[in-house]
Design a protein around this ligand. Sequence first.
Ligand code: SAH
Length: 213
Amino acid sequence: MIENAEQRMQFVFQLRQRGVIDARVLEAMEKIDRGAFVKGLFAERAYEDMPLPIACGQTISQPSVVGLMTQALNVEPRHKVLEIGTGSGYQAAVLSQLARRVYTVDRHKRLVAEAQEVFDQLGLANITALSADGTRGFPEQAPFDRIIVTAAAEDPPGPLLAELKTGGIMVVPVGQSDAVQVLIKVTRTESGFDYEELRQVRFVPLVEGMGAD
Ligand code: SAH
């Protein structure tokens, strides 16, 4: 829980103002303290609605974007969810409150190790964090009810589309890394895929292969 009551209220107020209205999502975000995922100099800004730098030159997403993506995923308690781009671990922690199990992968081993420490600290036992190249999907645990990609791809990666169950939803930012990207919601139907554009976003790029660390 975000300890300071005023910070907590302000945090939830900002989320609502930006369109995060799903009660379960708001409850999860009130419970998971973003401050636990932001280290060093920026820790005091953890409750502001802005992206912040984390290790390996990456960023923890803006809380309202985390909220809107989580809301678009429409996660149910029995779901198995895959996240590509663990980063700080914050998004996975929020998802862990809504799903049965969350698998999260990042190409940087260091980020996975640091996120795992926070998951342990917070007692979030239904998250499995692994270092892997998420552009290849995660065949060991496929198929998934929900997939969230928190780095921008030029197109929704084929291996990930293939690992989505029928009726499943994937949320992914699509576009060039140095430009404004569009957040896309992909729904797998009996006969193919439906695509819906949600809003403009800005994410770090989805990069093929493992990180150098
Ligand atoms: N969801 C994170 C923010 C992610 S930032 C949070 O809540 O903090 C995007 C992350 O995607 C970075 O950590 C980056 O290392 C990771 N990433 C980029 N390309 C990847 C790939 N091919 N496979 C796995 N992770 C990748």
